[in-house]
Design a protein around this ligand. Structure first.
Ligand SMILES: C[S@@+](CC[C@H](N)C(=O)[O-])C[C@H]1O[C@@H](n2cnc3c(N)ncnc32)[C@H](O)[C@@H]1O
Ligand SMILES: [Zn+2]
Length: 320
């Protein structure tokens, strides 16, 4: 539906390839706003018109997901950790919405796990990567839109957002906007950075991220971030992984062990992506559990399960 007036959108197609509409237009029957479809993606957000802070976030992540396009067999397990207690069978036949799909790695998994339709939305040019990644899945669709102005009706059985809400200027507002598209009785999952156990980041890393790394040219940051990524890589492979595997129980005393151990199975490229991802974000909130709980109350969610993930972030799941 029209993101401005909630009117119906009429579709005109100028180019199709197989079942995919590649070029065309969606025009609102009520207010005459029109939205182009280019390279297979309906475009509801004009990046040059969005607020400066949101645009800076979209520019930086857009670059990231056009560079780090790799796939990794471990994404499935990682995704299930973030949307706990949801399991692959849960997706079967559901109409699913993903807030902030990035390169589409989770959009693709939802499609493979049998979602009837999965719609991934993202504000940035990452949608180009996500479209290419999901091109062969007829049940996966990508839309370029702002999570605060979704061009969608309240028709979803399930919505999820992984690693996105804490990068928004108003994380709670983004969550409520996503929740407003889920039908009564539908489910929602969200994963966000936690405040707890991350004081060292908020004190020492955030000033560097805010003042330097998120302001840098992305190509330069790509090179610079190899230094902390190399330290992380060596620490996880030479210290955390062996000590967590030898069963002595000593590993649990190591700094940030749960998270470092979870990273230790990933190879160089994925670890470099993760370090770059942390340094490139202009906005990142570290949210206390108590505050996260209020979002679920405000959304009117029932049977909410909030879990502490790797002792540094929060996963939430509930019924709307
Ligand atoms: C850290 S990435 C996570 C991507 C994906 N969920 C994943 O886990 O691979 C954050 C994503 O949020 C998107 N994003 C940021 N602000 C947004 C907004 N206002 N509306 C929609 N997406 C947004 C960014 O473009 C980026 O792709
Ligand atoms: Zn309209």
């Amino acid at each position: 539906m029209c993101p401005s007036c909630e009117g119906t959108l009429d579709l005109s197609i100028s180019k199709s390839e197989d079942a995919e509409i590649m070029e065309g237009e969606l025009r609102c029957a009520s207010c005459a706003s029109s939205f182009p479809i280019t390279r297979g993606i309906p475009r509801f957000a004009k990046l040059e018109n969005v607020e400066t802070d949101k645009r800076a976030t979209a520019d930086n992540f857009g670059w990231q997901w056009q560079h780090f396009t790799q796939e990794d067999a471990k994404y499935a397990g990682q995704f299930l950790g973030w949307i706990t207690p949801v399991k692959p069978e849960f997706f079967r036949d559901k109409v699913v919405l993903e807030g902030g799909c990035g390169k589409g790695r989770h959009t693709m998994l939802a499609a493979q796990w049998g979602a009837r339709e999965i719609i991934g939305i993202d504000l940035s040019v990452a949608v180009e990567t996500a479209f290419a990644a999901t091109r062969s899945s007829p049940n996966a669709h990508i839309i370029q839109a702002d999570i605060y102005h979704l061009p969608l009706a309240r028709k979803f059985d399930y919505a999820f957002s992984v690693g996105v809400l804490h990068h928004l200027p108003n994380p709670r507002g983004g969550f409520l906007s996503l929740a407003s598209k889920v039908k009564a009785g539908g489910r929602i999952s969200a994963w966000i950075y936690g405040a707890e156990n991350n004081e060292w980041i908020t004190r020492f890393v955030n000033p560097v991220r805010e003042q330097i790394t998120s302001q840098m040219n992305q190509r330069a940051l790509l090179q610079l971030s190899k230094i902390p990524a190399a330290c992380l890589f060596l620490a996880t492979k030479l210290i955390y992984r062996p000590l967590n595997r030898n069963g002595s129980g000593f590993a649990k005393h190591l700094f940030y062990n749960d998270y470092m151990n979870s990273l230790s199975t990933f190879g160089w490229r994925e670890q470099h992506t993760i370090v770059f991802d942390h340094l490139v974000a202009p906005t990142a909130f570290y949210i206390p559990r108590e505050e996260f709980e209020t979002w679920w109350r405000d959304a009117g969610a029932k049977d909410v399960v909030i879990s502490w993930h790797n002792k540094n972030s929060w996963c939430g799941f509930g019924i709307l």
